[in-house]
Structures are given as C-alpha cells and as structure tokens.
Design a protein around this ligand. Sequence first.
Ligand code: ZN
Length: 66
Amino acid sequence: MLRCTYCGAPLNISRKVAEAALQALDEQGLEHFDYPCPRCRKINKISRRALERLAPRRGATTQNQA
Ligand SMILES: [Zn+2]
C-alpha cells in the first residue's frame, strides 16, 4: 500500500491507473508519476518501480500474488 509522503493517507492507485501511468512514463521518458493525494492534494511522485508492482506486466514476473 502506497501512502502519501506528506500526510500519510493511503493512495489507492488501481491497477488500471498504474497501467496508464506506466504507459505515460514510457511515452514521456519519465521515471516518476505525479499523483495527487486525495486528502491533502499534494503531488506524490510515484516511482516506476512502485507502479510496476501495482500493475505487473505480462511476462515480466512469475510471482503469484493473491
Ligand atoms: Zn496527503
């Protein structure tokens, strides 16, 4: 579970959002996705690695996480 860096609120980033974010990062050549906190509205920088954990790409991982 990702949390806001500023206020600690949980950031509920869905798999769909994470997938779209990864695509945007690829297109723009960025390493961090700007995600506004739902509580304090500050921008959290979500790393590509964290997004990949939320939306594992097919074939990229063989882990079975329920
Ligand atoms: Zn916050």
